[in-house]
Each structure stands twice: as C-alpha cells, then as structure tokens.
Ligand binder design. Sequence first.
Ligand code: AVJ
Length: 324
Amino acid sequence: MAEASITFHDLHPTADDLASDVLAGFSRPQKSIPPKYFYDAEGSRLFDAITELPEYYPTRTEMAMLRKYADEIAQKAGTGHLLVEPGSGSCGKARILFEGLQPCAYIPMDISGDHLRVAAEAVAADYPWLEVHAACTDFTRLMTLPPSSPEGRRLAFFPGSSIGNFDPDRAVGFLRMIAEMVGPGGQLLIGVDLKKERRILEAAYNDAQGVTAAFNLNLLTRINRELGADFDLAQWRHRAFYNQAEGRIEMHLVSRVDQLVRLAGHTFAFAEGETIHTENSYKYSVEEFRDVAARAGFTTDTVWTDDDNLFSLHLLQTEVTNEE
Ligand code: AVJ
C-alpha cells in the first residue's frame, strides 16, 4: 500500500468551553445546550448509529444521490478544483466525489484533530493521486486554508444538512463565510434536508430503537462526567417534534419531576415538564434554500432531489468579478 502522505495544519481552534456554555444556556428562561456538545466519543458513536436507522432517511438518501449524480455533478461543477470540506468527519461522502471531480487537492477541515488526521491519512492511502492538506480548525469561526494548499478554483462541500443546525439568519452568515473562502467564481455543493410530511420528519428523530433518545440524553451523562453535575438520567426523557411555524425539528430533554441539579457550584431548579432545548434542525423547500443562498451571495446552478423529495443537493456559485 502507498505511504499515506498528507500535510496537517493545526490552526489552533480555541477550545470549546462546556462549563460557560452550559451555565449561559441555563441562565435563560428556555434553558438550552448548544448541539455541538453532542459529539463526545459516545455521542459520535450514537450519531453514526442514527445514520443507519431505518427512520433516519437523510444520510442514506444523500449518499445515494451523491453516487447517482457524481458524474453530473462533475459535469456541472467542472474538475480540478481545490475541494474544501468544513466538518469533514470521516470523509466518507467526499470519497464518493473524488473519482468524478478529480480535485487538484482535498482540504478536509475538522475541529477534532485526531479523528481528522486518521481520516485524512486513510484518504491519502486510498487515493494516492490526491494531495490532502488537513486543517484542524473550528470552521464556524475560521475558514482559513492551510498555507500549503495549491492555488486553484475552489469548491466547498458541506453535506449532511449540517446547515440545518443554524437558524436561517445564521445560515446566511455561515454561507457568507464560505462565499468569501471560495472567492469570486467559487462554488459550493451543499446537502439540505427538505420540508415534508410531519410524520416522516418526526419519525426520523423519534426512532423505535431509542438511539436518538440515547444520543440526546448522553449530553447529561457528558455534563455529569466533565462538569461534575448530578443529573439523574432516570428523571429525564427525550422529546423531538416538528415546529411547523419555525420550519424546524426541535429536540428537548424533558424533566419528569420537579428537581434540583447541582452543576459547577450552582443549583438549577427544573419544574416537572420543563425542558432543556438541545437542538434545532431546520428544513427548507428548494425555493426557501435558494433564497438563503442568494442572501449570502450565491446563485444556484443546479438542484438535485431524490424521487421521494426527501433531500436536496444544491450546487451554488459566487459571482465572477472582472478585475485582473
Ligand atoms: C447532524 C445536524 C444534520 O439535524 O438531523 C440527528 C443531527 N440530531 N438526529 C440532524 C441529528 C438528531 C443532524 N445533523
């Protein structure tokens, strides 16, 4: 097997601060915890299990679309780009595109340095013709490319409907960061979950095996372990529902009883039925997302959807400016 050769750049992401984020989230009338804290080792394992659930259609639908349309995507987007993937994880979805897109380099970005290094080396081993420059960074704050990256037309890849975690105004702000990173004439291929029947949406976040419930409740286990809190998991349950007015799935942890929880020197009171809001997952029609993209300076080249209208892939581009 070819020696895996990558460049790895630690862009020194500022460490997440679970304690201050939880204390801040618990000091508001609707208590909340940012969803990025789902992904400790156990949470990442549970999320992988979610993507395999019969009810959780987004991952398998998007993967099938990437396979089905790989050639068409390359036809529309062109080839030879610098392919940049913020939040690359295991790089599984980008792998589907390499063959067709023939990027001049792949730039996976992730906040989890160890995971990033392993995934990037595996890509380099499997695609010996592909330059890989990994950037360990919090891409929500900083999208600087590694200094070793070659010049070239930039194509960003943001699959998984991760954009759904931002409310629409913040989604516009995040897409503006991508627009700036890819520059004039740059492109973005993004996966976006579609609005659909409530029944299908709610089943995807209330699976029969209880994996999503375990994923949600694992936040409390993590806070107990890392902040020395005393959440009694038996006194909490998972709730997920589609908020139609806001166009989003909301996940909450519901207190089963009146209770007190000790956490980092503070005591928090929860009434029976009171909730901690743990995630929003916004859903868009094709038109609604086209509008979000437009507000960020992107025009839509092509939108692909699956036969059941569950999921969408948007190929977007920024305007070309004529100043040489
Ligand atoms: C990773 C944000 C796309 O919103 O569907 C899955 C996370 N939460 N099940 C989503 C998630 C519960 C997922 N995203």
